[in-house]
Design a protein around this ligand. Structure first.
Ligand code: CA
Length: 232
């Protein structure tokens, strides 16, 4: 299998060096850029398997790079992991809304970075597979989409239709973070029957019903929610 190519966009040389070192050690082929405009050109010409994109760049910032990547049919499906500083969660929410796949917040450990990269690449390679699984088993939770039933530690627990859809959607994309707006539009949509459009309320109810498995639904502070990644 050819080595997967990662384009790392980062203007701080010491951080770039650490990222490059750790990704190459994992066997990835790494190219780098310190400039948003150049990164866009490289994304088009080199078609990397993944882009690691710092948001705070001189000139064209990372969000603008992301927006242009997602507008271009040539680069639209290229996975993007945003790299950002603490306190810039609103930028993360915007980037995820544009179609970025994930984010890491500085300072991050090399181990965390590699895990995120691996998870996003794995999701990309699974993308061509079947749709959402009919039965999802994680820890003590079994989600059965055919029977519309959730078993928690072997016992059936009643979920409302909205809670079920939300849990099934999150569990179908383990490790992937979704903003509240994304969850609203993808899970609840224009469903007039759903009176409470507050995602947090539904998540609270879901966690209560999951009992000792409640940690499967993770809060990403200031950003949204994700179902626990399979690898950790
Ligand atoms: Ca920067």
């Amino acid at each position: 299998m050819p080595r997967e190519k990662i384009l790392v966009v980062e203007d701080e040389a010491d951080i770039l060096e650490v990222i490059q070192y750790n990704l190459e050690r994992e066997g990835y082929a790494v190219t780098t850029s310190a400039d948003g405009g150049e990164a866009l050109r490289m994304a088009r010409s080199e078609s990397p398997d993944l882009l690691l994109l710092d948001l705070m760049l001189p000139g064209m910032d990372g969000l603008e790079v992301c927006r242009r990547l997602k507008e271009d049919t040539l680069t639209r499906t290229m996975p993007v992991i945003m790299v950002t500083a603490k306190g810039e969660e609103s930028d993360i929410v915007i980037g995820l809304g544009m179609g970025a796949d994930d984010y890491v917040i500085k300072p991050f450990s090399p181990r965390e970075l590699v895990a995120r990269v691996r998870a996003v690449l794995r999701r990309g390679s699974l993308r061509d597979g079947a749709g959402p699984a009919e039965r999802i088993q994680r820890d003590g939770v079994l989600i059965d989409a055919v029977k519309h039933q959730v078993l928690v530690d072997g016992d059936p627990v009643p979920f409302t239709a909205t809670e079920f859809r939300l849990l099934h959607f999150l569990a179908s994309h383990p490790g992937r973070v979704f903003t509240r707006n994304q969850l609203l539009s993808r899970v609840i949509g224009d469903d007039a029957i759903v009176i409470d459009r507050n995602i947090d309320v539904h998540v609270r109810a879901i966690r209560k019903k999951l009992g000792s498995n409640r940690a499967l639904v993770e809060t990403q502070r200031g950003v949204g929610y994700r179902f626990k990644d399979e690898s950790n």
